[in-house]
Design a protein around this ligand. Sequence first.
Ligand code: ASP
Length: 358
Amino acid sequence: MNRRDALMLTLAVLIGAGSPARASAQAGGKLPTVVVLATGGTIAGAAASDVQAGYTSGQVGVDQLLAAVPQAKKLAVLRGEQIANIGSQDMNDEVWLKLAIRINELVAMPDVDGVVVTHGTDTIEETAYFLNLVVKSSKPVVLTAAMRPSTALSADGPLNFYNAVAVAANKAAAGHGVLVVVNDWIHGASSLTKTSTTAVQTFLSPLSGLIGTVAYGVIEFYRGPVGKHTTTSIFTVDKGTALPRVDIIMAHENMDGAIIDAAVAAGAKGVVIAGVGNGNMTKPALDALAKHAKNGIVCVRSSRVATGQVGRNVEVDDDKLGLVASLGLNPQKARVLLRLALTKTRDTKEIQRYFDEY
Ligand code: ASP
């Protein structure tokens, strides 16, 4: 028996034994309906052999993805749609808007109980956080991914997909905002981050911890999500939404303001600094930032450090310089929130309030 067969057998045994997720899903004798929106990523990736590092993301279509995990059909009636088929390093506004609009259409349908989005791991935290702010429903929306392509020995995609369907099909997942299910863990969209370039256990929620766990479809929720989300979020998008340009700039030793000036010259309406330590940067960089802040460019201080809050007015006088502190958001999520915030206002006090609340 090869490894994949062994995994299938384990799944079959566990599915047969039943689980809280499955029990609640079948309580009314009818399986819930979950729509799977595929965007590509390594979960849909393929390599020439099962033991090689090199592979191409986004090779497998949604029908193949569903066919590869027949066990998931015992949890929910599944329908698949292909939104894109790209490595998530190529994620862009066009796909984001298409995805958000389609999810909002689906969750408004009475016969849809939940949505699963398959995605690459590189930018899943940004897409999840974006959707967390613009999806207008409390129905479960669950993103999942894989670190190993579908052709790999011990591919992690099938079980991640199975677990994501279990969460999306479970009524208890409602009202938690957009969730990310990878490697048995249920993360909130605002808290998770990718921490390893290659390890299967790459996603952590370092500041606030997990929302829950899911083991072979058996779900435990520990807490609710951090920050406003979905039905309590004021942010909306539609076909015509143009998200303003916001650039992330990493601080470093001997930094000057040239790259900040260049970002603004290129059209950035906002800048996020991935600062050193508690959102710090050199005096020349800070001077450049303050100059642009004075001219209406919204400048957010975040940190290049993997975890921790960036507080207001700690070593930098944000009040005096007109800057915004990212608080618990890392640079990539601060950029998502700032882009949406800029669709509403340029007022830095108001935008700081968004960072407090979301
Ligand atoms: N580059 C891939 C992607 O983000 C990596 C992955 O999915 O693990 O699409």
